[in-house]
Design a protein around this ligand. Structure first.
Ligand SMILES: Nc1ncnc2c1ncn2[C@@H]1O[C@H](COP(=O)(O)OP(=O)(O)O)[C@@H](O)[C@H]1O
Ligand SMILES: [Mg+2]
Length: 367
């Protein structure tokens, strides 16, 4: 899925391809436009081409084919330091022999900014990331999280309109990572910066972004706001990469009244929303989110699909209960229920009935 070129685009990839060896395309046909001020995340497994796309945008790699535009102007032949792009990478280390203030001053010196202006900008950038008192220290005297904030300040100090971040929080522990996720999005929105953020962490992508581009195999599989990506995945890769799923394979028997009637391989017929199946005979992967499955089936309206199940495992997780079920010959069917006062805790071995609404069940392409 690709979006079409448009004139308001601040960043545009047009039919971009990249090959390192002249044979395999690691970026196959990238079409992507971003309006000014957008926070877009490229999400995907390792090797899917995210870093390559970022490197082409930054100017450290050239596109084999196609065009990259910034504010409507092709930047294919503009060197990295003239693109006015701020960058934060996981391994884009601070200069160890310079103080924090000198590290921040460096990109300003490169841009020939005068001394007093430099000092004011460095001070402001450090305050922005709450590192105001640390200008005189050296990187080794700071914690990992503090260094990462300085790296962020260094990317922002020359007030770029576009900032690229490649897995910038990968080395941090969970708590600090979550704090920094919030700080980065907050700063980007506050300063009106257009941001391209790369991660393989779906939670990070969903919580930080205006839109997420899901990459696999050198292609954007879907590009959408987080809720749409989660609620309406357009193919089985996206459905399985984002969030948890219960899946069953089968064959479409017919498509009727806007629903696909699917013959499951494990037996039984099921109605599902046809996402990318077209006709009888198509193989399909049925996908249903664990939180859409109900075991108080009388709460569902008539027309719900129900199945018999046996409780295999019940896990109390505080805010939710996670229950693993044996259903239709398999034992990996997961349901999640909110820990509400009226929600019963299930017992292993208990026989129950589960159900869901047909519209919560998707017929996707078979993997
Ligand atoms: N400098 C390079 N030379 C040759 N192949 C590369 C180079 N950089 C990346 N690749 C290959 O390109 C593909 C995409 O890599 P990359 O863009 O780094 O993916 P991601 O960031 O999604 O993990 C991978 O198969 C990788 O091995
Ligand atoms: Mg990468």
């Amino acid at each position: 899925m690709a979006d079409t070129g448009n004139n308001d685009a601040f960043v545009a990839f047009e039919r971009v391809q990249k090959s390192y060896d002249g044979e395999t395309l690691v970026v196959k046909d990238l079409n992507l436009t971003m309006p000014k001020g957008e926070f877009l995340t490229m999400l995907g497994p390792s090797g899917s081409g995210k870093t390559t796309c970022l490197m082409m945008l930054a100017g450290f790699e050239t596109a084999t084919h196609g065009e990259i535009k910034l504010d409507g102007v092709s930047i294919n032949n503009i060197p990295p330091h003239k693109r006015g792009i701020g960058m934060v990478f996981q391994n884009y280390a601070l200069f160890p022999h310079m103080t924090i203030a000198e590290n921040l001053s460096f990109p300003l010196e490169v841009r020939k900014i005068g001394r007093s202006d430099r000092e004011a900008k460095v001070r402001r950038a450090l305050e922005m990331v709450e590192m105001g008192g640390f200008g005189g220290r050296r990187p080794a005297q700071l914690s990992g999280g503090q260094q990462q904030r300085v790296a962020l300040a260094r990317a922002l100090v020359f007030e770029p309109e576009l900032v690229l971040m490649d897995e910038p929080l990968g080395a941090l522990d969970k708590q600090l990572r979550e704090k920094m996720q919030f700080e980065i999005t907050h700063l980007a929105h506050e300063l009106g910066i257009t941001t391209v953020y790369v991660t393989h962490d779906q939670t990070e992508a969903l919580t930080m972004s205006d839109r997420v581009a899901v990459f696999n195999d050198g292609k954007i599989q879907q590009i959408a706001p987080p809720d749409e990506l989660y609620e309406s995945p357009q193919n089985s890769f996206v459905a399985q990469f984002i969030g948890e799923n219960n899946t069953m394979e089968g064959t479409v028997k017919e498509i009727k009244d806007g629903l696909a009637v699917v013959q499951l391989d494990d037996g039984g017929l099921i109605d599902a929303k046809p996402v990318n199946v077209e006709k009888a005979g198509d193989r399909t992967l049925i996908s249903i989110r664990p939180e859409r499955v109900e075991f108080n089936c009388d709460r569902l309206r008539p027309g719900a699909h129900t199945l018999k199940a046996e409780v295999a495992e019940f896990i109390y997780m505080g805010d939710i209960f996670r229950t693993r079920l044996k259903v239709a010959g398999r034992d990996d069917f997961i349901i999640k229920t909110r820990n509400a006062p009226d929600q019963r805790r299930l017992q292993p071995g208990e026989q129950i009935e589960i159900g869901w609404l047909p519209e919560d069940c998707r017929a996707l392409d078979a993997p």
